[in-house]
Design a protein. Structure first.
Ligand SMILES: Cc1cc2nc3c(=O)[nH]c(=O)nc-3n(C[C@H](O)[C@H](O)[C@H](O)COP(=O)(O)OP(=O)(O)OC[C@H]3O[C@@H](n4cnc5c(N)ncnc54)[C@H](O)[C@@H]3O)c2cc1C
Length: 273
């Protein structure tokens, strides 16, 4: 059973993506207690009891996954400045406010290239790159870490889920939200399934701001294409024209990436007309 105080299992994703995950979990007999808050976990004879505001759930194992906070006490005591996120503020050379002291990884902020501000997204992808840059600069080099676009993904039973860039909610008024559905392979090919994509597009420029995707097929590697497009500053029309692979066992003649971008381009044209 998953207990989640929000009304959907993935608060960081749009509803359509969360619904795919919820369906997959239920399909594999995982119970979902959404909109329920855990008040206590008690040890009782024969196991644990998780007390929510609606019921008591018996369990042998309880996994608590309620978010991540940076450990910055040591840095604070040393006079290192924190950013607005509560993690250590760093520049693109991983320098802190104290000369000769660098920070990298889960204790530090990263510059978000699409939001244009420091964020706290503690992932191994960022920690590795920041660590290299901090180490090189501490040894006298002049290395830079320009920033992140917020790419992350995971697998739930038989489906993949991933996102990059900003969600429509994070992007605010400038965002046009476009939801579409595609086939994971050539339509007639065995094993083809549906993928769902949510794109966030800048209403004025047509630039891609973010992408979320879920389904039983290749999702994470497709999100990587969107992440590359974010780094390159491509519009949805430019993405729709990319030369991507087609072979029925692998992808339809128009890859889901191209179809979602085409749908977004049309929605944009309609929205500004
Ligand atoms: C279950 C789990 C799954 C994850 N999966 C992914 C994933 O799939 N993809 C992804 O990108 N990221 C993932 N992450 C996040 C990723 O592991 C972290 O972002 C990354 O390890 C951070 O690297 P770091 O070097 O900043 O910190 P850490 O890897 O935490 O290393 C910090 C080290 O410092 C040591 N330490 C702490 N305090 C002191 C002290 N006072 N003195 C000496 N040593 C100290 C700790 O013991 C630790 O070894 C996952 C994290 C978890 C917990």
């Amino acid at each position: 059973v998953i207990v989640e105080q929000q009304r959907q299992v993935l608060p960081g994703f749009d509803r359509e993506i969360a619904e795919i995950v919820e369906t997959e979990l239920r399909h594999h007999d995982v119970g979902l207690e959404l909109g329920a808050t855990v008040g206590a976990i008690e040890e009782q004879k024969g196991g644990l009891v998780v007390k929510t505001d609606s019921q008591d759930l018996r369990a042998e194992v309880v996994l608590v996954a309620v978010g991540v906070r940076p450990r910055v006490e040591l840095a604070q005591r040393a006079g290192i400045a924190l950013g607005a996120t509560g993690a250590i503020a760093v520049d693109d050379r991983m320098r802190t406010n104290e000369s000769g002291i660098f920070a990298a990884g889960d204790c530090a902020e990263a510059h978000h290239l699409i939001l244009g501000k420091p964020v706290y997204v503690p992932l191994g992808t960022t920690a590795n790159k920041q660590g290299k840059v901090a180490g090189a600069n501490a040894a006298g080099a002049d290395a830079r870490f320009p920033g992140i676009v917020g790419s992350a993904g995971f697998k739930v039973f038989d489906i993949e889920v991933a996102r990059t860039g900003t969600s429509p909610a994070e992007a605010g008024d400038r965002a046009l939200r476009v939801v579409s559905e595609q086939s994971s392979r050539g339509h007639a090919y065995p094993g083809a399934s549906k993928l769902k994509t949510v794109l966030t597009v800048d209403r004025e420029t047509g630039l891609l701001l973010g992408a979320q995707m879920a389904g039983a097929g290749v999702v994470a590697m497709r999100i990587d294409v969107y992440a590359t497009a974010l780094h390159a500053g491509l519009s949805v029309d430019e993405i729709a024209g990319l030369d991507l692979v087609y072979a029925p066992p692998l992808a339809p003649v128009y890859d889901p990436i191209l179809i979602a971008a085409t749908v977004a381009g049309k929605a944009l044209a309609k929205a500004v007309a």
